[in-house]
Design a protein around this ligand. Structure first.
Ligand code: FE2
Length: 292
């Protein structure tokens, strides 16, 4: 059985273990340490936001992508999710950008089966919110994926509910983030969940590069395709001193799913491990992207 391959701790959640009235009320949220300003709000969704870290005392700012957790799938590597959350919380200069498919949320109308889930979408949602509540103040932005949208025809986009409970900026499509930090005035990021069923390096890169060719961001973050990748390139821009080459990096995180024994194996995804893009901004204006 697939779930015998996953070294998760504790039993699968079949029923909510907390009293209903306490699901959110008991959660301890931390307030944001730095201010943010919404620059574009459409239908209540945050499409463009600025975070101001100019008063920060740290010398580097680390931005970790978290994507395709699919919490609630029996093959979700739950202990790895907790590991990444706790790694962020270890240092005050670590923040996150979420790019969707946070919960698996299979319904009877989904392509997948509900037998591969540990509970209902609602149970997964509350469990996920409880899991991330201690780190909600480290989440700079969140774009929903197709798994958040699995309940669209019956309930609505679950990403809206997750974001509303955690009080974090959400968009079901794209989101643009400006980060003011040191000489980055600002550092520009675009994120989007991604689409399609690309499997090969070439086709995955095509989807990522099409997204990265739009807009004027320096960093582009995408998920969905479960194939970790970093593509550096330059964009031509007119500047006061002639033509500028703007360093740009497109990056894609893998997922928190065990491939063997899950639909990923059946669908032809490559087996692998968790690798999430991490962008480090130096206070002097330098920056780099690695996979963690
Ligand atoms: Fe996806």
């Amino acid at each position: 059985m697939a779930n015998e391959k996953v070294s998760t701790s504790g039993p699968a959640i079949q029923q909510m273990v907390d009293p209903i009235e306490g699901l959110v009320g008991k959660l301890k949220f931390h307030e944001n340490a730095f201010p943010s300003f919404t620059k574009s709000l459409i239908h209540g969704e945050t499409k463009y936001i600025t975070w101001d870290f100019s008063e920060a005392k740290f010398k580097t700012l680390e931005l970790l992508q978290i994507t395709d957790v699919q919490w609630g799938h029996i093959c979700c590597k739950r202990e790895r999710v907790i590991e990444y959350r706790d790694w962020v919380l270890t240092k005050p200069n670590r923040y996150m950008i979420w790019t969707g498919d946070n919960i698996d949320s299979a319904t009877m109308q989904s392509k997948g089966t509900t037998w591969e889930n540990t509970g209902t979408p609602q149970q997964q949602l509350f469990e996920f919110v409880k899991l991330w509540a201690p780190a909600r103040h480290r989440i700079l932005g969140y774009v929903g994926g197709n798994h958040e949208r699995r309940c669209l025809t019956t309930f609505g986009d679950l990403g809206i509910t997750i974001a509303a409970l955690l009080r974090i900026p959400y968009s079901r499509g794209k989101q643009l983030i400006d980060i003011k930090f040191g000489k980055h005035e600002p550092f520009q990021i675009s994120q989007w969940h991604g689409v399609g069923g690309a499997r090969t390096f070439g086709t995955v890169a095509q989807v990522l590069m099409r997204f990265a060719s739009e807009g004027d961001s320096q960093l582009y973050l995408m998920g969905h395709l479960h194939k970790p990748m970093i593509i550096p390139f330059w964009k031509e821009r007119r500047g006061v001193n002639g033509i500028r080459s703007v360093k740009t990096i497109a990056a894609l995180g893998s997922s928190f799913l065990e491939n063997w024994g899950s639909y990923g194996e059946v669908a032809g995804y490559t087996a692998g491990d968790v690798l999430m893009p991490r962008c480090v901004l130096d206070v002097d204006g330098g920056w780099e992207v690695t996979l963690r």
